[in-house]
Design a binder for this molecule. Structure first.
Ligand code: GLA
Length: 668
């Protein structure tokens, strides 16, 4: 379904969104007034309302009670707080399961998921679709012209608990999806290579979702099910969007994404929303998180393609759902908020306004905690609210990246399938490349495999496992026209049906890279050994260590930058560079360890002529430029002394406190 919205890249919020999920239905009425006072004090501009309110709005099937929500929206409006109104379809009431057990989701092993939690619906359930449509229509009719409502928040974190469903309605929808894709069963047989293991089908209705089976399931069936499941979740959004676009075409729509979420191909989803929103829960105890969170911000900005994106949810302090729930030390709440603004967000929102008193999230932090509002968290959040109120001119300003990384959900799904190569992690390899760029303060855009690459000085394609003809052509054209491309191992291995590119892999890219691969030799950990995963030494004009992977590479026209010194591919080629057309292509046949990745990325940046405006400043120091504003962030628990010249140029203090963010101005 095409996005029939009138909201394009020009739509912007008229003030920075600051606030979060507000669930007053969990609280007595008198608390609401206190909430209003405190929201004003904290500088809240937007509240996301009714996310989990279905059972209160429709206590019995077909019986609606909107009185409390009418009052709430009026109250928020009277207090100058805008509303991001949820469609309330994320958590069906218990009556739905009782009256319509077919609405419940089913796992691959046939277990029906029950009530008492949330999200217990199958994305393909016809009953759920009908009942959700009824609720959404009523919401649109009742609140479409309410002056407080500035956006619709469709469902909530689609797929976060039930990303794939294997029940009967899903089976039927999967067959229809396959029929639409392949037209005839013969086409499907060809694409799925069903001569293998006697899998040939004569009718579409013989096909099931990939339910638990004796052993490995057909890989093409698996990836088609991944594609279908992402589409099925998107369809939940699209069904709601269709109703809302018809009823309230003047209100923009969003649904909150979940960062690097495996089961939803957000490249497709982003086309359907009027603005991109993201939920982000970095673990304060994980030292890798500054870079990983930066990557999700870059992904959101890239998905938005010029449209507004906003941080829709983050925790003001600890979450409650990790094995260990570290608190955010003083400053970190603001630091991660500013990181999102630095990387393009026009809003800073939280889950949730008031911490629950009971229920499964009672120990998940809120802006107002169990102790009330005379707290560090409230004070820090309120101070941020007032700071953001003074930064309105940032709305709609852009970041400009010279480097892009190709991000491909389908390669992610395929490379981590069973019956492939064990221990390969798509995100792990992606971050191997992203992290050194982050450390060097080089801003990265994400691009889909067939995206427009022409504005980038360097494009990195890590583990682009699937390359169809168009992707090969896109990359080849980019290099031919003068681009700099870096490709990692396990790229260009399969076509879109997961059939191997014969003759040394890569398809058309063989010529661009100037090499072919004869044989894979992954670095397996010896069985029964307690030693860590092995590494191999690399030597040449690039030297260091590789891990996870080696292979036998034959250069046709490529120049060797490093060879493997030891390991299963000893003396063979490890890293290459090849001139092609007006550009050049690098190939890396292993996963470099951290120092080696840094060295390699620096070498490639230098050969591509990409110079970081700021360069590496220090461990944990992140610098991002958003037009003339430069955000300097310290992720360390100690103060850091910035180079005097940099501080002087940006007009900021030269000492940055632990977890602080200084905002300077770039005059050029
Ligand atoms: C998600 C959900 C919220 C809440 C938070 C807790 O983001 O959307 O409803 O459960 O997680 O971290």
């Amino acid at each position: 379904m095409a996005n029939s919205s009138k909201f394009g890249a020009t739509w912007r919020p008229d003030r920075i969104w600051f606030g979060g999920d507000y669930n007053p239905e969990q609280w007595p009425r008198e608390i609401w007034d206190e909430d209003m006072t405190l929201m004003q004090k904290a500088g809240v501009t937007v509240a996301t309302v009714a996310v989990f309110a279905w059972s209160k709005l429709e206590p019995r099937e077909g019986e609606f009670d909107f009185g409390w929500l009418d009052e709430l929206l009026d109250l928020l409006h009277a207090n100058g707080i805008s509303v991001d109104l949820a469609t309330a379809t994320a958590a069906p009431p218990a009556w739905m399961a009782k009256n319509h057990p077919d609405s419940l989701p089913v796992t691959a092993s046939g277990v029906t998921l029950s009530t008492g939690s949330r999200q217990q619906y199958s994305p393909s359930s016809k009953t759920y679709a009908r009942l959700a449509a009824c609720l959404v229509s009523k919401m649109a009719e009742r609140y479409g012209s309410h002056p407080a409502v500035i956006s619709w928040h469709l469902n909530n974190e689609l797929g976060c608990h039930v990303a794939q469903c294997y029940g009967e309605d899903s089976a039927e929808a999967f067959r229809l999806w396959l029929q639409a894709k392949y037209g005839t069963i013969e086409n499907l047989n060809r694409a799925w290579n069903t001569e293998f293991w006697s899998q040939r089908y004569t009718e579409f209705d013989q096909i099931n979702p990939p339910r638990q089976a004796p052993t490995f399931i057909n890989p093409t069936e698996l990836i088609d099910f991944d594609r279908f499941s992402s589409d099925a979740l998107l369809k939940v959004y699209q069904r709601e969007a269709e109703i809302l676009r018809a009823a309230t075409p003047e209100i923009p729509l969003t649904t909150n994404f979940m960062g690097l979420f495996k089961y939803a191909n957000y490249w497709q989803w982003a086309e359907e929303v009027d603005f991109v929103t993201d939920d982000s829960y970095p673990d304060p105890a994980d030292p890798q998180h500054p870079a990983q969170t930066a990557a999700t911000r870059d992904l959101m900005r890239s998905l938005a393609r010029g449209k507004t994106w906003m941080l829709m949810e983050q925790a003001p302090n600890a979450v409650n759902w990790r094995p260990q729930n570290a608190a955010k030390p003083a400053g970190m709440n603001r630091l991660y908020s500013m990181q999102s603004v630095a990387r393009g967000s026009d809003g800073v929102m939280y889950f949730q306004w008031r911490q629950s008193r009971a229920g499964a999230e009672k120990f998940h932090s809120g802006i107002i905690g169990h102790a009330g509002s005379e707290t560090r968290v409230f004070r820090e959040t309120a101070a941020l609210g007032s700071e953001l109120a003074g930064m309105q001119e940032i709305i709609g300003t852009r970041n400009h990246a010279k480097v892009a990384m190709v991000f491909d959900w389908e390669s992610w799904w395929a490379i981590e399938q069973p019956a492939g190569h064990t221990n390969l992690s798509y995100l792990g390899n992606f971050m191997t490349w992203y992290r050194p760029l982050f450390d060097q303060n080089v801003l990265v855009d994400f691009v889909p495999p067939q995206g427009d690459l022409s504005s980038y000085d360097l494009v990195i394609a890590p583990m682009l496992y699937i390359m169809d003809d168009r992707t090969q052509q896109n990359l080849a054209d980019y290099v031919a026209a003068g681009g700099n491309l870096a490709v990692s191992y396990q790229s260009g291995i399969l076509d879109e049906d997961l059939a191997v590119h014969l003759g040394g892999y890569f398809g058309k890219l063989r010529e661009v890279l100037g090499l072919w691969v004869e044989e894979f030799a992954p670095l397996a950990k010896p069985v029964r050994s307690t030693k860590p995963l092995p590494e191999v030494a690399l030597s040449g004009s690039v030297s260091g260590k590789g891990k996870v992977w080696t292979e036998t590479i034959h250069a046709t026209t490529a120049e060797t930058l490093a060879v493997f010194l030891d390991g299963p591919s000893a003396e063979g080629i490890a890293v290459t560079r090849n001139s092609f057309g007006k550009g050049q292509a690098f190939y890396v046949g292993t996963q470099p360890n951290k120092p080696t990745a840094t060295m390699l990325v620096n070498r490639i940046l230098a050969e591509a002529g990409v110079y970081s405006e700021f360069g590496f400043i220090g461990k944990g120091i992140e610098i991002v430029r958003r037009e003339d504003k430069v955000f300097v962030m310290n992720h360390n628990d100690q103060p850091f002394e910035l180079p005097a010249e940099l501080a002087g140029k940006l007009g900021i203090a030269s000492t940055i406190a632990a977890y602080d963010c200084l905002i300077g101005i770039h005059h050029d």
